[in-house]
Design a binder for this molecule. Structure first.
Ligand SMILES: Cc1cc2nc3c(=O)[nH]c(=O)nc-3n(C[C@H](O)[C@H](O)[C@H](O)COP(=O)(O)OP(=O)(O)OC[C@H]3O[C@@H](n4cnc5c(N)ncnc54)[C@H](O)[C@@H]3O)c2cc1C
Length: 252
């Protein structure tokens, strides 16, 4: 859920969470590859790759989501992205077929996987490729990524990370900043004073506050500059009054 805003009326449907061991397993495969379940965290994948001397997946240290989310979002940072390191993805379709999809057929582009766009696939794992390197050198690069993020992003706030995709040739944070919305409160929602493309919940913001601020900023930026900001954060569920329901947990 690190890239998802659930509207206040909740999700009318089944939410599948790939929890538990089989979906979180990470294992080295031969000289250059590593297989990670879709429920494993990106940071765990980065750490495991580093520990076994596989370079190239360091950037995942900075992405707080799961491997499944990384496949759907073509997650990346600091010049590297999922498309660069994926060999193939494993998935289940709604009709129950189990597929292995080569990276070349994923339709990756900036923060997008065309193959996943219609919501028919549930990714179960990804096979990634790196290059052998010294674990200490890889770990040092990961530490650099962590330090860089801590210095520039409000990573301890309640946030979905980058709110808007960077429009071709522009930085989303700059457009939000120039529209005067850095650090300006809107209910409990605000674009972070530290990073103007990070929408944060300063306390008790509803999803409507957060989405409402995002839409307001989009409209103002477009009116000022003619540039359309597209949401990077996925918004799902129904608008409406906040619903708090007990739910039944099936399984262990
Ligand atoms: C502080 C912070 C910093 C961030 N920095 C970055 C960054 O540097 N780079 C970056 O790319 N992103 C960044 N993000 C955004 C986010 O972490 C990534 O988009 C991440 O890949 C989302 O993974 P998730 O597992 O949380 O996905 P979710 O938010 O749970 O889901 C995202 C989408 O993928 C779908 N999905 C998830 N798992 C599966 C699956 N197994 N099968 C099919 N569909 C699935 C969901 O239905 C949803 O549509 C940041 C977020 C935060 C909060």
């Amino acid at each position: 859920g690190s890239n998802t805003l659930v509207r206040d009326g909740g999700v009318e449907g089944v939410v599948i969470r790939l929890a538990g061991r089989p979906f979180a397993r990470i294992e080295r495969v031969g000289e250059r590859r590593i297989l990670a379940g879709a429920g494993a965290l990106d940071a765990q994948l980065a750490r495991e790759a580093a520990a076994t001397g596989l370079a190239g997946l360091e950037f995942y240290r900075g992405v707080p989501g799961s491997v499944g989310g990384a496949l759907v979002m073509n997650a990346g940072c600091y010049g590297a992205e999922t498309a660069d390191v994926l060999v193939e993805a494993r998935a289940v379709c709604r009709d129950g077929r189990i597929l292995t999809i080569p990276a070349s057929e994923m339709g990756f582009s900036y923060r997008r996987c065309a193959r996943a766009a219609d919501g028919d696939l549930i990714f179960t794992a990804g096979l990634f490729e790196g290059r052998p390197d010294d674990p200490a050198a890889i770990t040092a690069r990961m530490d650099e990524i962590t330090a860089r993020r801590e210095a520039s992003q409000p990573i301890r706030e309640k946030t979905g990370g980058s709110t808007f995709k960077n429009p071709e040739g522009h930085s989303a944070w700059r457009l939000v900043d120039e529209a005067g919305w850095r650090g300006r409160a809107f209910g409990g929602a605000m674009f972070s004073p530290q990073h103007a493309n990070f929408l944060i919940n300063t306390g008790e913001a509803t999803a409507a506050d957060l989405e409402g601020l995002g839409e307001k900023v989009r409209a103002e930026v477009e009116a000022r500059t003619g540039i359309r900001l597209d949401w990077e954060i996925r918004r799902i569920g129904r608008s409406g009054p906040v619903v708090r329901k007990e739910f039944t947990h099936v399984g262990p």
